[in-house]
Design a protein around this ligand. Sequence first.
Ligand SMILES: Nc1nc(=O)c2c([nH]1)NC[C@@H]1CN(c3ccc(C(=O)N[C@@H](CCC(=O)O)C(=O)O)cc3)CN21
Ligand SMILES: CC(C)C(=O)C(=O)O
Ligand SMILES: [Mg+2]
Length: 284
Amino acid sequence: MPSTSYQLTTPTLMSQHKEIKRVTTHQLLAMKQRGEKISMLTAYDFSMAQILDGAGIDVLLVGDSASNVMAGHETTLPITLDQMIYHAASVVRAVGRAFVVVDMPFGSYQGNSSEALRSAIRIMKESGGHGIKLEGGAEVKESIIRILTAGIPVMGHLGLTPQSIYKFGTYTVRAKEEAEAQKLIEDAKLLEEIGCFALVLEKIPSSLAKQVAEQLTIPVIGIGAGPDVDGQVLVVHDMLGITKEFKPRFLRRYAELGGLMHDAVAHYINDVKSGEFPTPDEAY
Ligand SMILES: Nc1nc(=O)c2c([nH]1)NC[C@@H]1CN(c3ccc(C(=O)N[C@@H](CCC(=O)O)C(=O)O)cc3)CN21
Ligand SMILES: CC(C)C(=O)C(=O)O
Ligand SMILES: [Mg+2]
């Protein structure tokens, strides 16, 4: 493992004489080893990423959930590679400390491993992200190997994999049956073996997630996978209370920003209509 002196520092923060080290895959592994939980949230734009990075988030995921949250699509399937790169580049420009992972969108890696590598390289080159995430286990083994061979860190994603929603038909909890649980454990071991630096487990029983986290050396990040994993991830608009209808059991809302934003905007509208905004102090 490299010593900490190899770790990157960020020019903007250095110029303020505060050398803040960027989170690395090695640090994430070390966090698991010493039992320090990893915090991860999604981000899709500059302003939000600046706030999350400033608060000290360890990992930012430019999730393909941007398809739902940013674009209003029903599923994650429509978002394109170009659109993911646009979101990712915006996030990267805001970040000084967090490790930025970019979701590979549906259709950008499933075809064959050459296409997968090409897509991953575009993400790294055009967005400046630090790693990629893609959904699936044994099915995408060759693609992951090609991407890793190019020196690109890969995060796996098992359990509820939203890009294959039409194969399952529902967003219900995954791997409740023994056969599916066994396949998930095997896939998780495979992902570690081929060299993924971490793994997301989405909406599976806590007991299964615990088993996987115990059996793997790499960090396991849960969403709806219970407390016995190495870190947690949520969609930031969900935990801030901005998304309206998304209320699965695993979601904790840390604020009700949607309501606050509604009230602020209603107040503004009222002031504009009544002429109370702007005052002479707010004019030239
Ligand atoms: N806003 C948002 N948050 C997310 O966490 C998220 C997205 N979008 N888009 C992509 C995927 C889809 N994810 C999902 C989608 C649905 C449930 C879910 O539990 N849905 C229902 C239950 C459905 C069922 O049981 O059949 C729910 O209780 O809300 C969980 C994760 C997670 N991701
Ligand atoms: C829910 C997380 C893990 C994700 O993949 C996304 O936001 O796209
Ligand atoms: Mg995703």
